[in-house]
Design a protein around this ligand. Sequence first.
Ligand SMILES: [Zn+2]
Length: 1059
Amino acid sequence: MLPENLRMTSHWEEGPSQGSGPPNQTITFGKSQGCYMSRGATFLLVVFMLSGLVTTGLIVYYFAPYLTPASFKDSKKPVSASLIQPRKGDEETVRAPCRSSPDTTDEAMMTNEKLEEPAAEVIIRLTTETSLSSVDLPSSGRKNTTEKSIVTSIPLISSTTEAETSATEQTNRRLPRALKPLHYLVKLQPFINGNFSIIGHVEVEMEALEPTSNITLHMADIITRNETIMLRALDDPHGEDLKIRQHEYDNERQFYVAHLEQELQPGHKYLLSMEFLGYLNDHLRGFYRSSYTDADGTHKWLAATQFQSSDARRAFPCFDEPGFKATFEVYLAREENMTSISNMPIAETLPVTGQEGWLWDRYNTTVPMSTYLVAFIVSDFAHMNSTFMDHVLFKVWAREEALLQAQYSLDIGPRILSHYEMFFNVSFPLPKLDMIALPDFAYGAMENWGLVTYRETYMLYDPSISSMYNKERIAMVISHELAHQWFGNLVTPYWWEDIWLNEGFANFVEYIGVDYIEPSWRVKQRFVTQVMQEVLGLDSLGASHPVKTNIVNGDKITYKKGSSVIRMMNHFLTEATFRKGLSNYLDAFKYDNAEQDDLWRHLTEAAHEDGTLPDDLTVKIIMDTWTLQMGYPVIKVVRSPDGTSATVSQERFLMLRKENSTDTHEYRWWVPLTYTTEDDPNFNNTQAQVWMKDSEAQLTIPSLPSKEQWVIFNPQETGYYRVNYDDHNWELLIHQLFTNHRVISTINRAQIIDDAMNLAKAGHLSYRAALHLCTYLPREAEYLPWEAALNNFDFLKTMFSRTSGYGAFKSYLLDILVPLYDSVGFEDSVSDPLLDQYKRQKAVSWACKLDHPDCLYKASSLFAHWMNNPDNNSIPLNLKSTVYCYAIAQGDEAEWQFAWDQYLRSNVGSEKAKLLSALGCTKTVWLLTRYLEMAFTPSSGIRKQDSYTVFAVVASNEMGRALAWDFLHNEWDRVYTFFKNIVMNMIRVVSRSFNTKQQLSELLTFCEAHAQQLSSAELDVKQVIENVEINVAWMRAKHDMVVGWLEKNGYSSKLRSHK
Ligand SMILES: [Zn+2]
């Protein structure tokens, strides 16, 4: 990344006389005593390297003078501000899905997509050879060609970010196992109100497990100096330093290696210490800076951390892998008008010697933990306390102006935490827990142990402005992060391939936490539509992947399939056995690392004790089929002619079966078969009635009722599979829905709809049956079946939107939907049950989507009323997204401009997000073009982290799709350079509705042309292409079939002929 200029070349020996540097500081590239290089030589070397870099277009990220804390005097202005300049165009970044569960509903902001970090960095690889051998050193310097070490490390920014680092690269960066860190002392002084440098000191106590003559740890974007690096044998009575023969900096693998003159001996302990200089970056990872403007208009800075998965190494040198647990003693220096927080409570506060106005906060030593869970924050934020728990001091932190919006989080946080203590049967081990809402945050939230960080929209709730959906998201995200305090923090995977255990569990347990505090929301029921049915869609692609995978940060499969198969396990083991096994596992591995087999073992023991699994069956046998292979089965139930028995078979459910597939794996699963029947309907038995083995393609189930009575498999949709029936059983089910649908449980009505529509889409069932089934919906009062149906209609609407059959399809949908719309009304009532509020929100949003005149009129009227009274927004909170969108869609520049002004004015995160999405609803093409340009223009008012959201709403707009696709073509270089990590999501969203051969061919050409740049996202590219292939195949095979059914049932798009 290119700094604005290269003024820094004049600063490396700058002292305070030039204004802002600390006194008596010199940067010393080279060892000054017994030296490798003189300062002059170093100077020449660096000038040479720099000019070389400039001429070749490579950029050094930054240079900063090396400072030692001891000699620090002018603490207010430590280093020339111009030395480490914030660079234009790298302000805010967003990457990867939120740590909390991704989500999608109408209101869901695009944050659930992988919004990734724009990375304008350029690779600089200064190898030992180029840095030394290419320089003709003056005689005062010693050119030591045998000395492999480069004499100082130069902070480099790799062109790759963690989010896109391939699994292979991650593995290549793994550390040797000869040493085990035991304890860290970390001292950091971040100059938040200066030039963003960080002065650091670290001591790592280690134990040798094997004989080794080198010490290797992770380090990135840090400058150290060889002479500060010391090694001592802790059990040596003389305490003499051990000699380091050579220092090696492997920038590519982010290693620092100390080559020793003697071997370290197993069983002995050693202490490595060093001083270093870091930098508060603005990449939202490592130790980074963030800012906000307070009520008085003052620009305020703060510093925060985000270490998962491997960015602790950017804050201090460390063994940066989850398997290396150690204790941490942290010191944070801060100016006296600011506050610091870390994982543990402050033990004491001490003055910083010689630096007036600065204080050291020393923190209590942590419990053993992984580096990615360490956290530091220095800010001027305000906080509120809760006294709900007697052994945990619970606090919430936010900007002072936003603090009251944290009240809801403060109410529910401690209640969820203490519920989990009961649920897991393990106490929360830390004496305090802080939750903080950060203005700039890459993820949704992060579960740092004892200091959970959130994006403002996921922690701050204003009941007078935000919707119930916003409130629910906050509850879910908090519940998710607090679940990690056990699953992830207390017991941690050895390596990221088991990250699905962390995320799957948190994604599952978050529903338990929210169900406890808000039982009326019935969130457990909604797991089925929010999580399971969504991921069943993604996992039906040939280009899916197993949940246990080497995708470091995880994706929807990790989170949603992970939690779905855990939920399945919870049901087949029974709740009591599941919790017993879980609690034993947490107790056995607390403060330690584990892998999925360890969990399976404890669950199996509990299951055998309780008799919930046969003695010859283990959880591993079952669960390996769900976690190690991708996809899932469709269970086909074919009843005998008299109905009293059924042949049940399993087959992988694929949305598109490819003739030329090279996948020869035989996909079969251990399937917990559950079912209920019309003569004795019981939807509560979710324990396996029959196990279908992975060696069985089919089996027979006896003792079913006669053929006049239906059977339903998979009660409560707890099994991660779809169910298909013979035609007769489908007819019985449809008949039941039309006569008395309530006989079938709510979840199973949603299941039957979702299965039927997807089976039809994949060609396992006729659309005649699926669409006929859906026409029972006007009788349906529950939200869940509606949600399942509308999610599926969304695909049909997308396919139809530019075909001549759209009119007929719209009439069919309106016939189903208008009775619901009329019954729920346009008036919001916050006292209604949550699902009634959601039902209204869905009905209104779909009515407007289908151009229902009453809906469009009301949206415009409410918005016009607001425009006339800008200080009085009376639009129902839950309907804001819909009203904003359709008022802007029907309006022109004035409506757009008003919404934009409100966006700039609003101080509530959720409100800003709604307006930002709605601005993309305009049908005025030039406004869309301008909006798209603004999204990728610095200082336009749209933060870089929101660029993708804007692109996505424009690409999803019928009028904007072509603009977005053109934009991606024309601006590829710029977009790729600055928004590298979101380009894949941009391609995904713009191609979502592609359904012609021409569009498929354009997509293939595009991906081909940029194959090299998309190489790290190979699987994503395959998925995007497969989705379009599915659409094209659907148009060819199913479109006319659906039109035929519509016409036969009185819905036609044809022009009536004049008689
Ligand atoms: Zn998580």
